[in-house]
Design a protein around this ligand. Sequence first.
Ligand code: ADP
Length: 349
Amino acid sequence: MMHHGRPAHALRAVGSLVFFIGILCLAFYLTDAAYARLGWHPHALLSLILNCFLGLFLMIALAATIGMIFRPRDRRRNAFSPITDALARIATGDFSIRLDENLRRHGVVGELVQSVNHMATKLDEMEKLRQEFVSDVSHEIQSPLTSIRGFACALRKDGLAPDDRHHYLDVIEAESLRLSRLSENLLKLASLDSEKVHFEPKPYRLDQQLRNLILACETQWSGKKLDMEVALDEATITADEDLLSQAWINLIHNSIKFTPEGGTVRVGLHRTADNWQVTIADTGIGISEEEQARIFERFYKADRSRRHSTGGSGLGLAIAKRAVELHHGSIAVRSQPGSGAEFTVSLPA
Ligand code: ADP
């Protein structure tokens, strides 16, 4: 940079000098022509003074004309003002603004226009997601609260049969549990999304973890008379045990939840060339292809009419996916409606 500065300075100085001399020569010829026409021959000193004044006047007039023609400041303000206006509107929360990219395709201004548009699009998407999230959460809170209020009112009735009373109290208890599970899951998701997620990978036996979790929910699968088939290779992995346990619990609970009585749930752990693969498969109701693309989204429940019987909030798979991705792994599903589902989690070995 230093080396480029000096020649540029010198060039500018020479340019100014030539300009200055040029202006003086012009002034000299102009005054000379004027004296000849008037037939007047002033003293040499007076002629020099007049020349200097005329030169100065010409220089100022020329500089002002050049300035008027190019007007660099105005031009710059015109090129940047739509961008600064757009940024000001984005700052006030208006993300719908888009600058016309056809006007400026090239150069710094073109790049700025594109990045402002890109930023506005991303912010717009985030805002829509946020609004959707708030509306989903409100909906999930509203429906159990409506049940609780309704059954609490019904409990006030005189002469209620003891069976009915028990049934109403059971519903109130179940719906309160659903609310507290929802808040627990929301907190889990928020912590998995935050930059400060508590992530402490340590070596541990994955096969033992899966076996313990299957045993811990024995009452659920044996209550439904499900056949639990377990085939686990011995595997030591370095991962955050609590986070992964959340993923396995959600996948195993879903398999149990969506498999009718007398069905089978299979949990397997095997090594492939680069990964440890955990498969959790069932012979349950299955998931259609369109639904498979969406089940990992927050609050998505395939077949909303089933929601009340299964009692989930649609956050389980979103949590499982996030926990697996934090371990640089992936999660996939294969299924045919009516003939079960198979979830495969791959973790780098
Ligand atoms: P939920 O709390 O509803 O279980 P999830 O995020 O765990 O939420 O699952 C989302 C949806 O994916 C479920 O509502 C269900 O429709 C579908 N699903 C998940 N696992 C299975 C499975 N093993 N068999 C059939 N459907 C499943």
